[in-house]
Design a binder for this molecule. Structure first.
Ligand code: FAD
Length: 417
């Protein structure tokens, strides 16, 4: 056993949440150690879609890093979204009227590349100690903060002391479940599977992502996200309580739908899987939880912050990571690591993401109504103003809030929108 000494902040996990927190703590000049179980580059099961919020957060953190992401050889710029309604009708909606001009509002970049860009920026930034290939196993309170036991690939144990823990160790975080006591609740959790394919026909030349709201999957959906060279990230997700109730094997269901479903089978007839179908859980932000405590803050998936309607979690991990770094720096400067002081973090995260998460929770609850999707897609195909409204929903929260109002649907049914 070796002792690696002490630090002010220990970040658990070097995914987008942990890396964003590390970059921001470096700006504050806080002594930080990041502990990461894997050796990078490492894969992460994901749809790989980077929203405008990811790009904006990166811009603010480090413009040079944002440029590296945009210029990566594996990135596919995305200019919009195609919805396929349960009845089979589809609606192609650009994210902005200025499709093809300037920088694309979104992108698709496999996580093995995206996460590595962020992680290497932390590792080579020279301000954060990075311990790669080390798993944080046990957490004990001490008078000065925390005593963490780490285990390496050869089983060797290392000990680390710190004043604060920022837990960004993802959906299966031991710290979040057993120390912070955030349970996995099937109603507020989804299961997702994805595979990479080559040879998929009909991929959008402008990188429009495809969301297929198939009857058998509602309120979840199947996605086809285009990548360069005719490759695509294809997957599906559904709330965990429904997966259990419907007794679905999601990996088999994905392959069955691609083989048999009327809107997909022709396009996948010559498609070749690249690797296997892989699955992972999505802790959803459909319930407000306490995400901090004495001497610790939870970030990203460890804090259950994934959008319950779209499944978007990368931006929420990064946004919460930046807030966690700001609050931690302030707590350390004031020498107040109490649970009460840490509540400033909850307040900031819910101020930034709370409204969005609550709208998405309502949308998720509406989304098992197949008729509603059919109606919206049918009307929007004939009504450019409505199509515009839907496009703006992805970039403008106020318009998205319209979907909460019963009047929206009334006008829709009467065709007066
Ligand atoms: C099927 C699927 C599709 C998805 N599609 C999208 C999408 O298209 N767009 C989107 O925005 N979001 C998507 N998400 C959500 C997104 O993947 C997550 O929200 C995001 O990865 C959260 O980032 P994070 O940094 O919190 O955690 P992670 O990215 O999971 O990073 C956690 C890190 O912690 C490390 N770690 C774990 N345990 C320990 C330990 N004990 N000690 C040290 N290190 C540890 C891990 O190795 C990992 O590197 C999807 C999720 C799934 C499952």
């Amino acid at each position: 056993m070796t002792a690696s000494g002490g630090t002010d902040v220990c970040i658990l996990g070097g995914g987008p949440g942990g890396s964003a927190a590390a970059l921001q703590l470096a700006r504050h000049g806080v002594r930080t150690t990041l502990v990461e179980k894997a050796v990078f580059p490492r894969d992460k099961v994901c749809g790989d879609a980077l929203s405008g919020k990811v790009m904006r957060t990166l811009e603010r953190l480090d413009p040079a890093l944002a440029e590296r992401v945009n210029g990566d050889a594996h990135v596919q710029a995305s200019w919009g979204v195609t919805f396929v309604a349960p009845g089979g009708a589809s609606l192609r909606v650009p994210f902005s009227r200025h499709t093809g001009e300037g920088e694309a509002p979104g992108a698709i970049l496999p996580r093995v590349h995206f996460d590595d860009l962020l992680f290497q920026a932390v590792k080579h930034g020279g301000q954060v100690d990075v311990m790669e290939g080390r798993t944080a196993k046990a957490f004990d309170r001490t008078s000065g903060g925390w005593h963490i036991t780490l285990s390496g690939p050869d089983g060797a144990r290392t000990e680390l002391d710190c004043r604060m823990i920022l837990d960004a160790s993802g959906a299966n975080s031991t710290f979040s479940r057993h120390v912070a006591r955030l349970p996995m609740e099937p109603r507020h959790h989804a299961a997702g599977v994805r595979a990479y394919f080559s040879g998929v026909k009909g991929l959008d030349p402008d990188g429009f992502i495809e969301l297929h709201f198939l009857k058998e999957l509602l309120p979840g959906y199947l996605w086809v996200f285009p990548l360069p060279d005719g490759h695509a990230n294809v997957g599906l997700g559904l709330r965990s309580d429904m997966v259990k109730r419907r007794r679905l094997d999601l990996k088999a269901e994905l392959l069955r739908l691609l083989r048999e479903h009327a809107t997909l089978r022709e396009r996948f007839v010559d498609a070749v899987p690249v690797g296997s179908v892989q699955g992972m859980g999505l802790p959803l932000g459909s319930r407000r939880r306490s995400i901090s405590g004495e001497g610790y803050l939870l970030i990203g998936d460890a804090a259950h912050l994934i959008d319950p309607f779209t499944g978007e979690g990368i931006s929420h991990a990064m946004i919460s990571g930046v807030h966690a770094a700001d609050v931690a720096a302030d707590m350390l400067a004031r020498n107040d690591l109490s649970a009460m002081a840490a509540k400033a973090y909850d307040a900031r995260v819910w101020k930034r993401l709370g409204q969005e998460l609550s709208i998405s929770t309502r949308l998720q609850r509406l989304a098992d109504q197949a008729w509603l999707f059919d109606l919206v897609v049918d009307r929007a195909a004939k009504n450019p103003a409505l199509a515009d409204t839907i496009a703006c929903m992805f970039t403008d929260l106020d318009l998205r809030a319209q979907l909460k109002k019963p009047g929206f649907y009334w006008k829709l049914v009467r065709g007066t929108r």
